[in-house]
Design a protein around this ligand. Sequence first.
Ligand SMILES: *Cc1c(COP(=O)(O)O)cnc(C)c1O
Length: 452
Amino acid sequence: MQKLRYERPVIQKMNAGLMNKFGTRTEYEPVKQIDGVAVKAIIEQYGSPVFVISERSIRRTYQDAVRAFKTRYPKVQFAWSYKTNYINAVCNVFHQEGSWAEVVSGFEYNKALGNGVPGNKIIFNGPEKTNEELKQAIENESLIHIDHFDELYQLIDICEHTSKKPRVAIRVNMDTGIYPMWDRFGFNYENGSAWNALTKIVASGKLQLTGLHCHIGTYMLSSEAYAVAAKKLISLAQDCKTKLDTTILYLDLGGGFPSANTLRGAYLPASDTNPSLEEFAEAITNTILNAGFKTDELPLLILETGRALIDEAGYLLGTVLANKRLSDGRRATIMDFGVNIMFTSFWYEHKISPAQDFTHHTEDMVLYGPLCMNIDVVRETINLPLLNRGDHVVVHRVGAYNMTQWMQFIQMRPNVVMIDEKGNTHLIREAESLPYIEQLEKMPGHLAQFTL
Ligand SMILES: *Cc1c(COP(=O)(O)O)cnc(C)c1O
C-alpha cells in the first residue's frame, strides 16, 4: 500500500449557501479518460501538453445539428468553417459527413482543394481575394461571396477576360438588434448598399447572382437575431425576383451559434444561458417557411457553423509545473500550457478537471501558463482541488479557434491527437521542432560567426 500523501491544512472563509465572486466549485469528478482512452496513457505517448480531438464527438455533434435543421426545412447544406479548425483530419471528418467547405482566404481555399473538396462546393468568403485567387475560384466554379464594392469591380474586370460567368453572392450586414453591429464585412442592408450591389451585379451581365449571405456575429445568444437576419435576406431575395427578374437559389445564414463554453465573467454557466441549436433552427426555418416562397422555389439554406460543431470535441491535456503563493496570499498554479496554445482563455472560463483522484480540499487559485509574459493567465480565479507538481488536468471544449489562432511564442506547438470511433489514437499534427521553426530563417553571411 502506498503511503498517503501529506496535504497541508488550509483555512478558508465559509461562504455557506452563497456564490462568491469565484462562482461555485468547478469540478467534483476527476476526468481520467477520453472516449475510453486513459489521459495518462495519452500524455505518456504524446507528451504534455497535448490536444486531443474526439472523432466520435465531432460526428455526433454534426449529425445532431444537421438533424435540427433538416427535420424543420427540406433543403439544408452545412459548409465547414475552415478558420475554426483547419487541421486536415478534422476538416475531413466534416467532409465525410457531407459538409462543404467555407473558407476566408486563398490559403484556406487551397487547403480545402488539397483535402479533395470539389471547387463548386467551396464557399469563398472574406475581405481579401487576390486576382489570382478569384481567377482560380472562377475556374473551379466556386461560390464567391463578395465583401465590398472594390471586390465587385475587381470581379467584373476579371470577367472581361474570361468566358465563365462566376456564381456570386453578396455578404450583407444589418441591424439584427445585437450591438455592436458587425458592419465591417459586406454591404449594409439598412442604408441601401446591399441593394445597390445587387443591382450592379445583375446589370453587369457578367456574374450569376445565386445567393445572399450574412454572418451576424459569433457566440450569439439570441435566436431572434437570426430570424431578423433571415427576414432581411428574404426581403432582398424577393426584390431580386420582382425587380431584377433574378431567382436567389440560396440563403447562407453564416455561423455564430454558441458552444457550451461559459464566457469570462458570466455569472451562470453557458448551459443555463445559451439557446439550443434547435431554437436557432426553429427561428431561421420558421422565418423562411413563412415568407411566401412557393414550395418548389424554397431557397437552399446554407449554414457555416464553426464553434458550435467543434468546441466540444477538443480537449487540452496538461501538467502542473509548480505551485506558489502570490504576495497577496493567493495560491498560484503554473501549468505547462498557456495563452500561446489556448487563445480562447481570453474569452472563456474553460471547464478544467483534474485527471487524477483528489481529496475534498479545494482552494481558489490563479492558473498561469508557462510563458514569461504577464498576460499568460489561463484563469484569473478558479476553484480546484489542490494540485501537485506533475498532476495532470483536462481542459474541456477547446476545439474551436485554438488550433488556428495558437501562436508560436516562446514555446512550440504541441502534438494534436485524434481518437477515432474505435478508440484508436492517431497523431494528426506533429509537435513542432526547432528545425521546423527555423527552416524559413536566413542568416546573412556576415552574421554567421561571432566570438564571445
Ligand atoms: C468565422 C466564420 C464562420 C464561423 O463562425 P462561428 O462563430 O465559429 O460559427 C462562418 N462564416 C464566416 C463568414 C466566418 O467568418
